[in-house]
Design a protein. Sequence first.
Lengths: 185, 202
Amino acid sequence: MNCLQAEENFSAHLEDALDYQTLQRFESHIAECTTCQREYARFSESVKVSQQLPQIEPSPYFIPTLQQRLAEEQRDRLSFWQRLQGTFSMPKWAISGVMVGLLITGTITFLYHDDWFNRENQPSNEQISTPRAELSSGSPSLNNQFLPRASGTSNFPSTISTQPPQQHYTLKRVSYTTVSTEGGL
Amino acid sequence: MLELDDELMQRFQKGDEDAFNHLARRHQQPLINFIARFTGDRDNAEDLAQETFIRMYKAANRYKPGRAQFKTWMYLIAKRLCMNEIRNRGRRDRFRVDNIATNDKAYSANDEQIDLIATAPADAAFQPEVALERKELRDAIQKAIAELPEQYRFPLILRDIQGLSYEEISKILELRSGTTKSRINRARLMLKDKLKPFMELL
Protein backbone atom coordinates (compact mmCIF):
# COMPACT_ATOMS: atom_id res chain seq x y z
CA MET A 1 0.00 0.00 0.00
CA ASN A 2 1.30 3.44 -0.92
CA CYS A 3 0.54 6.81 0.73
CA LEU A 4 -2.30 7.64 -1.66
CA GLN A 5 -4.02 4.31 -1.06
CA ALA A 6 -3.55 4.73 2.67
CA GLU A 7 -5.17 8.18 2.51
CA GLU A 8 -8.18 6.71 0.70
CA ASN A 9 -8.70 4.37 3.65
CA PHE A 10 -8.43 6.97 6.44
CA SER A 11 -12.22 7.20 6.98
CA ALA A 12 -12.77 3.45 6.76
CA HIS A 13 -10.01 2.83 9.32
CA LEU A 14 -11.33 5.52 11.62
CA GLU A 15 -14.81 3.96 11.49
CA ASP A 16 -13.47 0.44 11.83
CA ALA A 17 -14.87 -0.56 8.46
CA LEU A 18 -11.79 -2.11 6.82
CA ASP A 19 -11.69 -5.80 5.98
CA TYR A 20 -8.93 -7.83 7.62
CA GLN A 21 -6.51 -7.87 4.66
CA THR A 22 -6.79 -4.12 3.97
CA LEU A 23 -6.46 -3.41 7.68
CA GLN A 24 -3.17 -5.36 7.80
CA ARG A 25 -1.76 -3.52 4.77
CA PHE A 26 -2.92 -0.14 6.08
CA GLU A 27 -1.43 -0.60 9.52
CA SER A 28 1.89 -1.89 8.21
CA HIS A 29 2.12 1.18 5.91
CA ILE A 30 1.27 3.60 8.72
CA ALA A 31 3.86 1.94 10.96
CA GLU A 32 6.56 2.61 8.38
CA CYS A 33 5.51 6.02 6.96
CA THR A 34 5.93 9.00 9.30
CA THR A 35 4.12 11.38 6.87
CA CYS A 36 1.04 9.15 6.86
CA GLN A 37 1.25 8.79 10.65
CA ARG A 38 1.16 12.58 11.03
CA GLU A 39 -1.55 13.06 8.40
CA TYR A 40 -3.72 10.33 9.89
CA ALA A 41 -3.39 11.89 13.35
CA ARG A 42 -4.47 15.27 11.96
CA PHE A 43 -7.26 13.65 10.02
CA SER A 44 -8.74 11.88 13.02
CA GLU A 45 -8.40 15.03 15.18
CA SER A 46 -10.18 17.25 12.66
CA VAL A 47 -13.00 14.70 12.31
CA LYS A 48 -13.32 14.48 16.08
CA VAL A 49 -13.49 18.25 16.48
CA SER A 50 -16.04 18.73 13.70
CA GLN A 51 -18.19 16.00 15.26
CA GLN A 52 -18.10 17.95 18.51
CA LEU A 53 -19.36 21.21 17.06
CA PRO A 54 -22.10 22.51 19.36
CA GLN A 55 -25.71 22.10 18.37
CA ILE A 56 -27.59 25.27 17.58
CA GLU A 57 -30.66 25.76 19.74
CA PRO A 58 -33.84 26.76 17.90
CA SER A 59 -35.37 30.06 18.98
CA PRO A 60 -38.39 29.83 21.32
CA TYR A 61 -40.52 31.33 18.54
CA PHE A 62 -39.79 28.57 16.07
CA ILE A 63 -42.62 26.18 16.98
CA PRO A 64 -45.29 28.87 17.65
CA THR A 65 -44.50 30.53 14.30
CA LEU A 66 -44.58 27.19 12.54
CA GLN A 67 -47.91 26.28 14.15
CA GLN A 68 -49.36 29.59 12.99
CA ARG A 69 -48.18 28.98 9.43
CA LEU A 70 -49.48 25.41 9.50
CA ALA A 71 -52.88 26.66 10.68
CA GLU A 72 -52.96 29.00 7.67
CA GLU A 73 -52.07 26.07 5.43
CA GLN A 74 -54.81 24.00 7.02
CA ARG A 75 -57.37 26.70 6.28
CA ASP A 76 -56.25 26.74 2.65
CA ARG A 77 -56.49 22.95 2.56
CA LEU A 78 -60.17 22.88 3.62
CA SER A 79 -62.57 21.40 1.10
CA PHE A 80 -65.03 23.48 -0.90
CA TRP A 81 -67.96 22.38 1.29
CA GLN A 82 -66.09 23.02 4.52
CA ARG A 83 -65.25 26.56 3.38
CA LEU A 84 -68.85 27.28 2.31
CA GLN A 85 -70.21 25.94 5.57
CA GLY A 86 -67.73 28.07 7.47
CA THR A 87 -68.69 31.19 5.51
CA PHE A 88 -72.51 30.89 5.58
CA SER A 89 -73.02 28.87 8.77
CA MET A 90 -75.68 26.80 6.99
CA PRO A 91 -76.17 23.05 6.77
CA LYS A 92 -74.96 21.29 3.67
CA TRP A 93 -78.48 20.66 2.28
CA ALA A 94 -79.40 24.36 2.54
CA ILE A 95 -76.25 25.41 0.67
CA SER A 96 -77.01 22.76 -1.96
CA GLY A 97 -80.57 24.10 -2.36
CA VAL A 98 -79.38 27.69 -2.76
CA MET A 99 -76.79 26.62 -5.28
CA VAL A 100 -79.29 24.60 -7.34
CA GLY A 101 -81.68 27.57 -7.33
CA LEU A 102 -78.92 29.89 -8.50
CA LEU A 103 -77.97 27.41 -11.20
CA ILE A 104 -81.56 27.15 -12.53
CA THR A 105 -81.98 30.94 -12.52
CA GLY A 106 -78.68 31.32 -14.33
CA THR A 107 -79.63 28.75 -16.96
CA ILE A 108 -83.04 30.36 -17.65
CA THR A 109 -81.46 33.79 -17.89
CA PHE A 110 -78.89 32.47 -20.31
CA LEU A 111 -81.40 30.66 -22.54
CA TYR A 112 -83.91 33.53 -22.79
CA HIS A 113 -81.34 36.28 -22.72
CA ASP A 114 -81.16 36.60 -26.55
CA ASP A 115 -84.94 36.81 -26.94
CA TRP A 116 -85.27 39.54 -24.34
CA PHE A 117 -82.35 41.42 -25.75
CA ASN A 118 -83.69 41.28 -29.33
CA ARG A 119 -87.17 42.36 -28.24
CA GLU A 120 -85.81 45.40 -26.50
CA ASN A 121 -83.37 46.42 -29.22
CA GLN A 122 -85.34 45.43 -32.38
CA PRO A 123 -85.40 48.50 -34.67
CA SER A 124 -88.75 49.71 -35.98
CA ASN A 125 -89.61 49.50 -39.73
CA GLU A 126 -88.89 53.19 -40.11
CA GLN A 127 -85.39 52.77 -38.80
CA ILE A 128 -84.71 49.93 -41.24
CA SER A 129 -85.81 51.93 -44.26
CA THR A 130 -83.81 55.01 -43.29
CA PRO A 131 -81.46 55.79 -46.18
CA ARG A 132 -77.88 55.01 -45.43
CA ALA A 133 -76.79 58.24 -47.05
CA GLU A 134 -78.42 60.19 -44.30
CA LEU A 135 -76.25 58.43 -41.82
CA SER A 136 -72.96 58.50 -43.66
CA SER A 137 -73.08 61.78 -45.60
CA GLY A 138 -74.79 63.89 -42.99
CA SER A 139 -72.87 65.78 -40.40
CA PRO A 140 -69.75 63.73 -39.75
CA SER A 141 -69.64 62.16 -36.37
CA LEU A 142 -67.35 59.70 -34.76
CA ASN A 143 -69.99 56.95 -34.78
CA ASN A 144 -70.79 56.88 -38.46
CA GLN A 145 -67.15 56.67 -39.50
CA PHE A 146 -67.10 53.07 -38.38
CA LEU A 147 -70.51 51.97 -39.63
CA PRO A 148 -70.51 49.38 -42.41
CA ARG A 149 -71.32 50.84 -45.81
CA ALA A 150 -73.10 48.76 -48.49
CA SER A 151 -70.90 48.68 -51.58
CA GLY A 152 -72.30 50.19 -54.80
CA THR A 153 -75.37 51.64 -53.16
CA SER A 154 -75.83 54.61 -50.99
CA ASN A 155 -79.07 53.44 -49.43
CA PHE A 156 -80.04 50.57 -47.24
CA PRO A 157 -82.13 48.01 -49.05
CA SER A 158 -85.81 48.47 -48.22
CA THR A 159 -86.10 44.77 -47.48
CA ILE A 160 -83.58 42.59 -45.77
CA SER A 161 -81.76 40.53 -48.39
CA THR A 162 -80.97 36.87 -47.78
CA GLN A 163 -77.44 37.39 -49.17
CA PRO A 164 -75.25 39.34 -46.81
CA PRO A 165 -74.14 42.59 -48.49
CA GLN A 166 -70.46 43.04 -49.15
CA GLN A 167 -69.19 45.40 -46.55
CA HIS A 168 -66.08 47.42 -46.03
CA TYR A 169 -65.04 49.67 -43.23
CA THR A 170 -63.44 53.06 -43.26
CA LEU A 171 -60.97 53.51 -40.50
CA LYS A 172 -60.20 56.87 -39.08
CA ARG A 173 -56.92 58.15 -40.45
CA VAL A 174 -54.41 59.24 -37.87
CA SER A 175 -51.40 61.34 -38.76
CA TYR A 176 -48.30 61.80 -36.68
CA THR A 177 -46.04 64.81 -36.52
CA THR A 178 -42.38 64.60 -35.73
CA VAL A 179 -41.39 66.46 -32.62
CA SER A 180 -37.75 66.99 -31.81
CA THR A 181 -36.64 65.30 -28.60
CA GLU A 182 -33.40 67.29 -28.64
CA GLY A 183 -31.28 64.20 -28.56
CA GLY A 184 -33.10 62.50 -25.70
CA LEU A 185 -35.91 60.01 -25.72
CA MET B 1 -43.12 -2.43 13.44
CA LEU B 2 -43.27 1.21 12.45
CA GLU B 3 -40.83 3.77 13.81
CA LEU B 4 -42.18 6.64 15.91
CA ASP B 5 -41.82 9.09 12.99
CA ASP B 6 -43.81 6.83 10.70
CA GLU B 7 -46.44 6.29 13.35
CA LEU B 8 -46.81 10.03 13.82
CA MET B 9 -47.04 10.54 10.06
CA GLN B 10 -49.78 7.91 9.86
CA ARG B 11 -51.69 9.65 12.61
CA PHE B 12 -51.30 12.97 10.81
CA GLN B 13 -52.51 11.43 7.55
CA LYS B 14 -55.63 10.30 9.40
CA GLY B 15 -56.30 13.89 10.49
CA ASP B 16 -54.41 14.29 13.78
CA GLU B 17 -52.82 17.73 13.37
CA ASP B 18 -50.96 17.43 16.68
CA ALA B 19 -48.97 14.51 15.31
CA PHE B 20 -47.29 16.82 12.81
CA ASN B 21 -46.49 19.37 15.50
CA HIS B 22 -44.90 16.57 17.47
CA LEU B 23 -42.76 15.62 14.47
CA ALA B 24 -41.68 19.25 14.03
CA ARG B 25 -40.67 19.47 17.69
CA ARG B 26 -38.70 16.24 17.41
CA HIS B 27 -36.73 17.28 14.34
CA GLN B 28 -36.46 21.07 14.62
CA GLN B 29 -32.98 21.13 16.13
CA PRO B 30 -31.17 18.74 13.75
CA LEU B 31 -32.86 20.39 10.81
CA ILE B 32 -31.91 23.94 11.85
CA ASN B 33 -28.35 22.75 12.56
CA PHE B 34 -28.05 21.13 9.17
CA ILE B 35 -29.31 24.22 7.34
CA ALA B 36 -27.24 26.65 9.44
CA ARG B 37 -24.05 24.63 8.92
CA PHE B 38 -24.66 24.31 5.25
CA THR B 39 -25.68 27.89 4.47
CA GLY B 40 -23.58 29.51 7.24
CA ASP B 41 -26.60 31.67 8.10
CA ARG B 42 -28.17 31.13 11.51
CA ASP B 43 -31.13 33.50 11.09
CA ASN B 44 -32.17 32.30 7.70
CA ALA B 45 -31.82 28.69 8.85
CA GLU B 46 -35.02 28.94 10.87
CA ASP B 47 -36.96 30.32 7.90
CA LEU B 48 -35.71 27.53 5.68
CA ALA B 49 -36.49 24.94 8.36
CA GLN B 50 -40.05 26.26 8.56
CA GLU B 51 -40.36 26.12 4.81
CA THR B 52 -39.15 22.52 4.91
CA PHE B 53 -41.82 21.55 7.44
CA ILE B 54 -44.52 23.35 5.46
CA ARG B 55 -43.57 21.50 2.28
CA MET B 56 -43.71 18.24 4.20
CA TYR B 57 -47.10 19.19 5.59
CA LYS B 58 -48.44 19.90 2.12
CA ALA B 59 -47.03 16.70 0.63
CA ALA B 60 -47.86 14.49 3.63
CA ASN B 61 -50.48 12.49 1.71
CA ARG B 62 -47.80 11.26 -0.67
CA TYR B 63 -45.61 9.93 2.17
CA LYS B 64 -45.63 6.15 2.49
CA PRO B 65 -44.79 5.08 6.06
CA GLY B 66 -42.37 2.18 6.14
CA ARG B 67 -41.14 2.68 2.60
CA ALA B 68 -39.15 5.89 3.09
CA GLN B 69 -37.70 7.30 6.27
CA PHE B 70 -39.12 10.55 7.56
CA LYS B 71 -35.62 11.86 8.36
CA THR B 72 -34.33 11.08 4.86
CA TRP B 73 -37.32 12.80 3.30
CA MET B 74 -36.86 15.85 5.54
CA TYR B 75 -33.17 16.27 4.67
CA LEU B 76 -33.91 15.75 0.99
CA ILE B 77 -36.36 18.66 0.99
CA ALA B 78 -34.02 20.79 3.13
CA LYS B 79 -31.12 20.09 0.78
CA ARG B 80 -33.13 21.32 -2.22
CA LEU B 81 -34.19 24.46 -0.34
CA CYS B 82 -30.57 25.12 0.68
CA MET B 83 -29.42 24.77 -2.91
CA ASN B 84 -32.10 27.22 -4.07
CA GLU B 85 -31.21 29.62 -1.28
CA ILE B 86 -27.51 29.57 -2.16
CA ARG B 87 -28.31 30.06 -5.84
CA ASN B 88 -30.65 32.97 -5.06
CA ARG B 89 -28.18 34.48 -2.63
CA GLY B 90 -25.50 34.41 -5.30
CA ARG B 91 -27.87 36.18 -7.69
CA ARG B 92 -28.87 38.77 -5.06
CA ASP B 93 -25.24 39.48 -4.16
CA ARG B 94 -24.29 39.89 -7.79
CA PHE B 95 -26.97 42.53 -8.35
CA ARG B 96 -26.56 44.35 -5.06
CA VAL B 97 -25.04 47.79 -5.45
CA ASP B 98 -23.89 47.99 -1.83
CA ASN B 99 -22.09 44.67 -1.90
CA ILE B 100 -19.03 45.96 -0.09
CA ALA B 101 -18.71 43.37 2.66
CA THR B 102 -16.56 40.44 1.70
CA ASN B 103 -17.81 36.91 2.16
CA ASP B 104 -15.45 36.50 5.09
CA LYS B 105 -16.90 39.47 6.93
CA ALA B 106 -20.45 38.33 6.32
CA TYR B 107 -19.46 34.89 7.40
CA SER B 108 -17.82 35.91 10.67
CA ALA B 109 -20.95 37.88 11.57
CA ASN B 110 -22.94 34.67 11.32
CA ASP B 111 -20.36 32.82 13.31
CA GLU B 112 -20.76 35.23 16.17
CA GLN B 113 -24.39 34.25 16.43
CA ILE B 114 -23.64 30.55 16.24
CA ASP B 115 -20.91 30.62 18.81
CA LEU B 116 -22.75 32.59 21.44
CA ILE B 117 -24.10 29.27 22.58
CA ALA B 118 -20.90 27.40 21.93
CA THR B 119 -18.82 29.63 24.16
CA ALA B 120 -21.27 29.95 27.01
CA PRO B 121 -19.79 28.77 30.31
CA ALA B 122 -21.05 25.28 30.96
CA ASP B 123 -19.65 24.80 34.45
CA ALA B 124 -17.70 26.43 37.26
CA ALA B 125 -14.36 25.47 35.67
CA PHE B 126 -14.96 27.86 32.78
CA GLN B 127 -11.69 29.47 31.63
CA PRO B 128 -11.88 32.47 29.26
CA GLU B 129 -8.55 31.67 27.51
CA VAL B 130 -9.57 28.11 26.77
CA ALA B 131 -13.00 29.27 25.64
CA LEU B 132 -11.40 31.81 23.30
CA GLU B 133 -9.16 29.14 21.81
CA ARG B 134 -12.12 26.85 21.37
CA LYS B 135 -14.11 29.65 19.79
CA GLU B 136 -11.28 30.33 17.34
CA LEU B 137 -11.14 26.68 16.48
CA ARG B 138 -14.89 26.40 16.02
CA ASP B 139 -14.85 29.50 13.85
CA ALA B 140 -12.12 27.91 11.78
CA ILE B 141 -14.02 24.64 11.42
CA GLN B 142 -17.25 26.38 10.47
CA LYS B 143 -15.37 28.50 7.95
CA ALA B 144 -13.54 25.50 6.54
CA ILE B 145 -16.81 23.57 6.15
CA ALA B 146 -18.47 26.52 4.46
CA GLU B 147 -15.60 26.74 1.99
CA LEU B 148 -15.91 23.14 0.88
CA PRO B 149 -17.52 22.55 -2.51
CA GLU B 150 -21.23 21.67 -2.20
CA GLN B 151 -20.75 18.07 -3.33
CA TYR B 152 -18.40 17.48 -0.38
CA ARG B 153 -20.05 19.81 2.12
CA PHE B 154 -23.42 18.02 2.10
CA PRO B 155 -22.14 14.53 2.91
CA LEU B 156 -19.66 15.83 5.49
CA ILE B 157 -22.34 17.75 7.40
CA LEU B 158 -24.78 14.87 7.22
CA ARG B 159 -22.18 12.40 8.47
CA ASP B 160 -20.05 14.27 11.01
CA ILE B 161 -22.47 16.86 12.33
CA GLN B 162 -25.85 15.23 11.87
CA GLY B 163 -24.55 11.71 12.52
CA LEU B 164 -26.49 10.00 9.72
CA SER B 165 -25.55 6.59 8.35
CA TYR B 166 -23.92 6.15 4.94
CA GLU B 167 -27.10 4.51 3.69
CA GLU B 168 -29.25 7.46 4.74
CA ILE B 169 -26.81 9.94 3.22
CA SER B 170 -26.78 8.00 -0.05
CA LYS B 171 -30.58 8.22 -0.22
CA ILE B 172 -30.65 11.93 0.57
CA LEU B 173 -27.93 12.80 -1.91
CA GLU B 174 -29.19 10.26 -4.45
CA LEU B 175 -25.72 8.74 -4.71
CA ARG B 176 -24.33 5.23 -4.69
CA SER B 177 -22.92 4.04 -1.39
CA GLY B 178 -19.34 3.91 -2.72
CA THR B 179 -19.54 7.47 -4.04
CA THR B 180 -20.90 8.70 -0.72
CA LYS B 181 -18.06 7.05 1.21
CA SER B 182 -15.36 8.41 -1.06
CA ARG B 183 -16.88 11.91 -0.98
CA ILE B 184 -16.96 11.90 2.81
CA ASN B 185 -13.33 10.75 2.97
CA ARG B 186 -12.35 13.42 0.42
CA ALA B 187 -14.26 16.09 2.36
CA ARG B 188 -12.52 15.12 5.59
CA LEU B 189 -9.12 15.29 3.89
CA MET B 190 -9.95 18.77 2.59
CA LEU B 191 -11.08 19.82 6.05
CA LYS B 192 -7.85 18.50 7.56
CA ASP B 193 -5.79 20.56 5.09
CA LYS B 194 -7.81 23.70 5.76
CA LEU B 195 -7.37 23.27 9.51
CA LYS B 196 -3.62 22.78 9.36
CA PRO B 197 -2.82 26.26 10.76
CA PHE B 198 -5.01 25.50 13.78
CA MET B 199 -3.62 22.07 14.47
CA GLU B 200 -1.62 23.21 17.48
CA LEU B 201 -4.95 24.10 19.12
CA LEU B 202 -6.13 20.52 18.75
